[in-house]
Design a protein around this ligand. Structure first.
Ligand code: ATP
Length: 677
């Protein structure tokens, strides 16, 4: 037998049988099979009881009281000679329905509150959480007994609905944490960036993500409701005689415990089995390997993310059958003008100050700087996507001539994804692992372009080709974790382009990728800019990435820009000591440069917001700081006057440039580093 045939046979043997593969995962566990099987059997037998019951539930045979199991009464008779089997199944329907009702009420109340609290931030969450805490403090048993006193024990559905309402607070508390976690996922952020509304985010991303926890909690609550119902009936607060109930039957049997102990067994065992079944079903759902398997595959895909055998994207770009932008933007018209933008923690320190940028169609600008300098917040502010605790403290953001600062969520939503789109940092986290690429991309295309399913699929294939995916049909069928990192990033770029935006914001778009794939993605972005005229803002701490692709660069340090201008000028002749230090610390080497024994670093760390010095914010780490650096410094035009459009925030910029030209800066840098180490 050839090795290929052997391998195929081995793979076929390893594959689960077709019927088994279709089973939900929790049904592949013994607990899941027992739980689901018993509850289903009970539900069917209760629903069809009138068809097969040999007796009426209240038919008394006083001559045949307290009989054990036998031919005419399989489970015996009770103290009035009623058939126990008949009464168990007559009681089971209402018991199951009432328990289910309490679960439905609990979740129907809790889930909308959870979605609202997770979506609308702290203020709503505080209000809903306080209400939940008050409800949790209520004495459930006393309230139920008071209700039974008012309406009687016969209205079991009302009593269980109130129980569900009281239990909704506990459900809320559990689900809120899950929903908040899901809300922080990148793919949810990505959807919001694309202008997806709160309701749709809840339905598409949060609810499916909460499904396992919901199912586990529902099954446990179902068991608890059954026990509470039976307990109430046992104490005499259940349905009035002769209506049967499991609790009532156990109460009657308890009076004959010493003389006729068998009577206790049938109702007791059915109640116990039902509670155990609900709990084991919950356990099987909790231990369902669905999540573990998905996570495992996701991790495997991440590990293997690397170079892929695709053709260069640029060549495929020419195959696009329609331009991405509706009309070529007029050159020289500012697409985006950010003026003096300041951001701060609400009631706290400034996080970004005086940010000024200008971008024309087809421009690629890089925001570069160490972690914590304010790059991401600046980019998010353009889309009005600041975290709830961060607010706009001043300045203006004009996009296509329209002021965006101060627009409401509702006013900004139509712009997101359509006029301004975002490419995420980690594509694996930005794509929803539950859905195929095709589902996510076509949903995006249908929403943005108002087209049918067929047209969306055609466009999705075209869009994937546009971003350099050679086999779009396969990728459409794949789930995100089946793609390599580079492929996934191409998919997120295709998704960002679905709304034909004029401005793309790429937050560290290549950080999660290896170097070879990084270069391909940067090449793809550059090609898209040339072909479509889309403008791009790239956020990166990697000055090598910025040098690769950007026309302009803004170097940020401690919440403001310290140097800004055409990339070639800033990167080849940096005037600010911070830019020069960043460049010196860049590990990218030219082919002819020797590898240094030790990489250069910038001593110290970025000062935290709130502890910025009044003067130059870089002074404490600067090798060239002097007395004059203690006073505030403005962003001013470059002093040597050899270039235009370059701004620098350093009083010694001109002087340092001369020193640098004379080669003295580097030795001073080295000296300082030696002193500090
Ligand atoms: N939600 C928040 N609450 C409080 N501080 C915040 C919040 N978000 C950001 N900050 C602070 O604002 C500053 C700028 O953060 P930002 O994320 O914009 O930096 P960054 O330059 O993009 O860093 P990185 O490269 O690590 O993403 C940091 O000091 C950060 O700690």
């Amino acid at each position: 037998m050839s090795s290929t045939t052997e391998r195929a046979q081995a793979q076929a043997a390893a594959r689960p049988a077709p019927g088994r593969r279709r089973l939900p995962r929790f049904l592949r566990r013994a607990g899941g099979i027992f739980g689901a099987g018993w509850l289903l059997l009970l539900a069917i037998l209760s629903a069809t009881a009138s068809l097969w019951q040999p007796y009426r539930p209240d038919a008394q045979h006083l001559t045949g009281r307290l009989q054990g199991p036998g031919g005419s009464h399989w489970l015996g008779t009770d103290d009035l000679g009623r058939d126990i089997l008949t009464r168990i199944f007559a009681a089971s329907g209402p018991a199951l329905l009432a328990a289910a009702l309490s679960v439905v009420v609990a979740f129907a109340v809790a889930i909308p509150l959870v979605l609202a609290a997770a979506e609308h931030g702290r203020r709503v969450e505080r209000l809903t959480s306080r209400c939940a805490e008050v409800m949790l403090a209520l004495p459930v048993t006393i309230i139920l007994l008071a209700l039974i006193g008012a309406v009687g024990g016969g209205d079991i559905y009302l009593i269980m609905a109130v129980l569900g309402l009281l239990m909704s607070a506990a459900v809320y508390r559990t689900l809120l944490g899950v929903a908040q976690g899901l809300h922080r996922r990148l793919y949810v952020d990505a959807a919001r960036v694309d202008g997806v509304g709160a309701a749709r985010i809840g339905m598409r991303y949060i609810l499916p993500g909460m499904a396992t926890v919901t199912a586990v909690q529902a099954s446990q609550m179902f068991a608890m409701s059954l026990l509470i119902q039976s307990g109430l009936a046992f104490m005499g607060f259940g349905p009035a005689a002769p209506t049967p109930s499991w609790g009532g039957m156990i109460a009657t049997a308890s009076q004959y415990l010493y003389t006729d102990p068998w009577m206790m067994v049938p109702a007791g065992v059915v109640l116990a089995l039902t509670v155990i079944a609900a709990n084991t079903l919950g356990d099987a759902l909790a231990a369902s390997p669905l999540d573990h398997e998905r996570k495992r595959r996701l991790q495997r895909a991440r590990r293997k993310a690397g170079p892929h055998p695709l053709k260069p994207a640029r060549r495929l770009l020419t195959q696009a059958s329609r331009p991405l932008t509706p009309a070529a933007p007029a050159p020289g018209t500012p697409l985006l003008e950010v003026t003096d933008l300041s951001l701060g923690l609400t009631g706290g320190p400034d996080l970004v100050t005086g940010l000024t940028l200008s971008l024309e169609a087809g421009d690629v600008i890089g925001l570069v700087g160490e972690s914590g300098c304010g790059k991401t917040l600046s980019a998010l502010a353009l889309l009005g996507l600041l975290p709830p605790e961060v607010s706009l403290a001043g300045g203006s953001v004009r996009f296509e001539g329209r002021e965006l600062a101060g627009l409401s969520e509702r006013q900004l939503r139509p712009l997101r994804g359509r006029r301004i789109a975002m490419i995420p940092q980690d594509p694996m986290l930005a794509l929803d692992p539950l859905f195929t690429v095709g589902f996510q991309l076509t949903a995006q295309l249908r929403r943005f372009r108002r087209i049918g399913r067929k047209e969306a699929t055609r466009l999705a294939i075209e869009q994937l080709r546009l971003v350099g995916i050679a086999d779009p049909a396969r990728v459409l069928r794949a789930r995100p974790y089946e793609l390599s990192g580079g492929m996934a990033q191409r998919v997120t770029i295709a998704m960002a382009l679905a709304g034909q935006p004029r401005l793309l914001i790429a937050d560290e778009p290549t950080t999660a990728l290896d170097v070879t794939v990084q270069a391909e993605i940067l090449d793809l972005l550059r090609g898209l800019v040339e072909d479509t005229g889309v403008a791009v803002i790239i956020v990166s701490h990697d000055i090598g990435v910025i040098a690769d692709i950007c026309d302009k660069v803004a170097v940020m340090y401690a919440g403001h820009i310290v140097e800004q201008g055409p990339a070639a000028e800033v990167l080849e002749g940096p005037r600010h000591p911070y830019t020069a230090a960043l460049l010196a610390a860049n590990p990218h080497l030219a082919a002819d440069q020797p590898v240094p024994g030790r990489l250069a670093t910038i001593p110290g760390h970025v000062p935290a917001p709130g502890s910025w010095p009044a003067g130059c914010r870089f002074a404490a780490r600067c090798a060239f700081a002097q007395e004059q650096c203690q006073t505030p410094v403005d962003l001013t035009a470059r002093v040597d006057g050899t270039v235009n459009g370059t701004l620098v925030r350093c009083t010694r910029a001109g002087e340092l440039h001369e020193l640098r030209t004379a080669g003295q800066c580097r030795s001073r840098d080295r000296e300082l580093r030696r002193e500090r180490s």
